[in-house]
Design a binder for this molecule. Sequence first.
Ligand code: ADP
Length: 403
Amino acid sequence: MKVLVINCGSSTFKYQLIDMDTETVLCSGLVERIGEQQGMLSYKGHPGTDRERKFTLEQPFPDHRAGMNAVMKLLTDSEKGVLKSLEEISAVGHRVVLGGEAIRESCLMGEKEKRIVAELSELAPLHNPANLQGIDVAQQLLPHAPSVGVFDTEFHSTLPAKAYIYPLPIELYEKMRIRRYGYHGTSHRYVTQQAAAFLGKDVTEINLITCHLGNGCSITAVENGKSVDTSMGLTPLEGVMMGTRCGSIDPAALLYLGTRKGLDFPELEELINKKSGLKGICGLNDMRDIHAASEKGDEKAKLAVDMFCHSVRKYIGAYYAVLGRVDAVVFTAGIGENDDVARAEICDNLEILGIAVDAQKNAVRSGSPRDISAPNAKVPVLVVPTNEELAIAQETMRVLSMQ
Ligand code: ADP
């Protein structure tokens, strides 16, 4: 069975076609700048397939439908494509960001489910409308293939009330559902399963602190395989410092900027989402560039790295206290998987918690799950590559098998 995985943003979408019999990626790519004068489609046929190649196309894509149409054409192109017919696609798995309290599990996206996702757009205006658009277009272009929604929030549906209710007037939760939802759930769940397999433990008995550190960053406390606390909140802005997002700050700072300095809501939104985090401190948001600048003596770049690592360490400490017993600390996503310098700094001086990183093991680069902890450390520190697309495809298969 072949599953097409779609992850839509407002002017982009990522796609990946996976043969689920062998869990092999047949091709993947990205459509960018949808709605702009010139759009771009990148396509990568994967190594090991007989259509292994990589190229980009530049042309306007007025909307998601046009972009998706171009991808469908490529998939079945007689020279470049990996399919003879679109009928070979058995299902489409969609990343959907916010399922709220109404959708707590991956599900077939019928009219009722789409309506719920649309209603939740108010709380996730950057993501849910785009996700919904992807579902509509896929249903139009591939009417034979069921669409399954896999929600970023679903892994966190097990949070206890004490972790998800904000200390605001309770009516805001009761009437408006203002609460912590948590994000990156597909990744946290995937690395939880991978870490359990790596350690030879039953996933229902494992306690972990999972650190998804990419452009967006979130930390999750996993107890007996379930999310019991997580750093992102109502939106993906809360928690640790990120590439361009500030993470948790004193909310009164925004009130001050609004009431005393005259910044309006769109300006504040841009400030905390796009101009803050690593970028706000040193002008750069890619950790590779920041390390390079720091090595050249850029003090603000060094400060940005120190602040980032400090904010992750604080969550590790906090979630250690939440869990009591920790079977492993897990690093994943762009920074978590690749940045040995950040991992070492985050875990520095945590021997008291049984956490210590071995310098040599930490420096090894690999695409496989690995243990980088020091020989005598009580708590394994693991690097586990995430694979959200495969996780979405697996969930899609699971939902279909239950029909
Ligand atoms: P996203 O959250 O958009 O899915 P990724 O998980 O791919 O992002 O993470 C992207 C981030 O990973 C980049 O901003 C970059 O800072 C970081 N990154 C990728 N490779 C490295 C590396 N070798 N060293 C340090 N940071 C890296």
